[in-house]
Design a protein. Sequence first.
Length: 174
Amino acid sequence: MSPFIFFRLIEIVLIGVMVFTGAWVLLHYYFSQTKKLSSPVSQDDRQKIILPLQLQAYERIVLFLERIFPTTLILRLNKPDLSSAQLQSLLVKTIRDEFEYNLSQQIYISPTSWELVKNAKEETIRLINKAAGKVTEDAPSSELARIILEFSLEKEKLPITIAIEELKKEVRSC
């Protein structure tokens, strides 16, 4: 074997070893980075991310419940020039719109609390519709408002109050 062929063969082997080593280093780095990205988030990191979102969800749901409280709704929406039918429609639409706006918050609260929130919404709409059945459609809105407030006062505890109390208990246990 001539020295030229021998050196040429050594050169090819060295180039091959260098290419193999470079590829191995790059693949090792790539797989280690991929493993770091796909590894599960630690419980502490998860808690740091989710807890603020949970607390914000509780705040938003309590705010929703406070906003659909019959007295709050009436004070905010009642205008003297409305008829009772218009006020009824406006109250129900407002409750449904606000509920839809906060629908995504159910991800962060317990299923039991979410059921209480839905129940509070439905019971409030039922109370408004029941009160609307006691007045004529063209009656002034103040008459419907008065009956809604009377019905609210007749109940020992409104479903809204029950839902808020449960949400507060859940927040304390977070």
